[in-house]
Design a protein around this ligand. Sequence first.
Ligand code: AVJ
Length: 320
Amino acid sequence: GRTSASSAKSTRREAETAEFAQAVLAGLARRPRSIPSRFLYDAVGSALFEDITRLKEYYPTRTETALLETYGAAIARLAGDVDILVEFGSGSSRKTRLLIDALDGLDTYIPIDVSESFLTEAARRLEAEHDGLTVKPLVGDFTRTRHLAGAPRGQKLGFFSGSTIGNLTHEEARDFLVNAAHLLGRNSAFLIGVDLKKSLDILLPAYDDDDGVTASFSLNMLARINRELDGDFDIGSFAHRAVYNDAKGRIEIYLESLTEQTVQVRARRFSFDKGERIHTENSHKYSVPEFQALASSSGWRPVEAWTDDDRLFSLHLLRC
Ligand code: AVJ
């Protein structure tokens, strides 16, 4: 029969599907229609996001990696004696490795992620490569993690890379930062990758590339509904749209109906007018002082911010 580990896993999967169903049915019924961006990252979506990070138009990943390469030693010096590194959402293992290598004397690495298989594999590899490093993965949604179960005592550094914080509204980002201060505890430090405001000539193609990889990533939301929730979306009659909302300082991503049509999801019917949109993602952009002000109002003191010469991306070191 099933082992208890595999039955725990399938229970989690069932819970995730139930949550997805609830979010989709509610999101398609409300106006404006919206589905939370975290549901973009099933196995297919996560693989497509990996492809996005390698696009010529998508500057964030390579720029942040280069910042870690250039300033890793300076970051480690300012972070002080770090015993425990806590990563919110396991980002690319390349970035994590750069940071771990810069922090010598690190005892414990705690990645927090919803994907258990990803965590277990990354943990095994990192432990094999670093003598004396213990990896203690935490399975869960890092925006909802309230304490670090089983974490040893010691000086902590948080790491939140990739400008994932940009998916959150300013209010949600503030709640996240306040919670992270409690989670990491007194005197801890936090390293956060934040995408900068910039010319639309650079920004828009990063969210609407020539090869259509970002469009496939967005449209996977509908494909996932078809796969998991017995939906009948005709993927070809929806289009990916990325627009910059200047007032809110963010890229907004929508799926736009190209025709008047009716769609079924779990036996519920939803009618779309031609041009009607489903909002699936926000990607907020911050100037350095804007992000420092947000951090300061969330219980963190800005220590240093690093940017590349083209001012595409920033890394912020904070202390609480
Ligand atoms: C993973 C949230 C940082 O906003 O740049 C990329 C997601 N969506 N292209 C971003 C994303 C479409 C990405 N983050």
